[in-house]
Design a protein around this ligand. Structure first.
Ligand code: AMP
Length: 283
């Protein structure tokens, strides 16, 4: 695996492969890699001739300076993990390399970005659109890989790609969980042992609510899930919305226009912000 640190090196290297007719898979990450990230690398490895992973803690998507300064950074371990996952190129640029001047672009991300994370973290999705559009433009991949843990983010990236006219396939990959059900996240290392022991309740409560969806309304499930999470130690629900899987708009139906409803939650466990989601597929 080769580590690339400049945009020039990235462009030149990948342009060469593209001209030789190779397919290129891109996996954007912010590092502190875990098995969730590596599942995207493995899928990209299966689908493409060349795999590029980026590791870049993108400052423009952090609306909270503390979150940016406490975000874990583990470059050496990340490089080892990427190498074992069969990645060809790790793109690890500096902030100056990506933003030689401030990025003032404002994307018209529309309704998919106006709710949930978009409402709670002003500017977050615009920052995501800035970095992902730069990575798409620099790499011009055949396919790009994103995790369904950040369910709304995938809808926002699809919207950005269509606005900007990027010709690539966006591949959504399933959530990877710890054995106790907690969705893997780089932020999990910030949980105290007591908080870590409590955190699997999020997925447990969501999974139980899928069973109840058969006999309950959306409003009833929203209320009971929120109450159940808030009753757990350390936990405060920031939002729990049940939405259409494409438009991200809240729905009253388990089967909204674009497929099974998805429940998206953000929970503060102490001061660590955790997100998760579940699909309400009726059996
Ligand atoms: P991040 O480094 O948190 O920006 O995540 C980089 C990519 O990995 C995003 O597309 C995430 O959705 C994805 N990802 C993070 N955690 C998981 C997980 N537990 N399962 C699947 N994908 C994940």
């Amino acid at each position: 695996m080769k580590v690339l640190r400049t945009v020039g090196e990235l462009r030149e290297t990948i342009d060469g492969h593209r001209s030789a007719g190779k397919t290129i898979g891109l996996v954007p990450t912010m590092g502190a890699l875990h098995a969730g990230h590596l599942s995207l690398m493995e899928r990209a490895r299966r689908d493409n001739d060349i795999v590029v992973a980026s590791v870049f803690v993108n400052p423009t998507q952090f609306n909270n300076p503390d979150d940016l300064s406490t975000y874990p950074r583990t470059e050496e371990a990340d490089c080892k993990a990427l190498e074992s996952a069969g990645v060809d190129y790790a793109f690890i640029p500096s902030v100056e390399e990506i933003y030689p001047e401030p990025d003032t672009r404002q994307f018209d991300l529309g309704e998919v970005a106006s709710v949930m994370e978009g409402a709670m973290r002003p500017g977050h999705f615009n920052g995501v659109a800035q970095i992902v559009s730069k990575l798409f433009e620099m790499t011009r991949p055949t396919r790009a890989y994103f995790g369904e843990k950040d369910f709304q983010q995938i809808a926002v990236i699809r919207r950005m790609a269509s606005l900007e006219g990027f010709d690539l396939e966006i591949v959504a990959c399933p959530i990877v969980r710890e054995s106790d059900g907690l969705a893997m996240s780089s932020r999990n290392v910030r949980l105290t042992p007591e908080q870590r022991a409590a955190a699997p309740a999020i997925h447990r409560i969501l999974a139980e609510s899928v069973e109840r969806a058969v006999s309950s309304t959306v409003a009833e499930v929203k209320k009971s899930v929120t109450e159940a999470i808030d009753a757990e130690p350390f936990m405060t629900t920031e939002y729990y919305e049940i939405v259409d899987p494409l438009t991200m708009q809240p729905t009253d139906s388990w089967m909204p226009p674009n497929g099974s409803a998805v429940g998206c939650v953000t929970v503060y466990c102490g001061d660590v912000r955790l997100i998760d989601n579940i699909t309400y597929t009726k059996k």
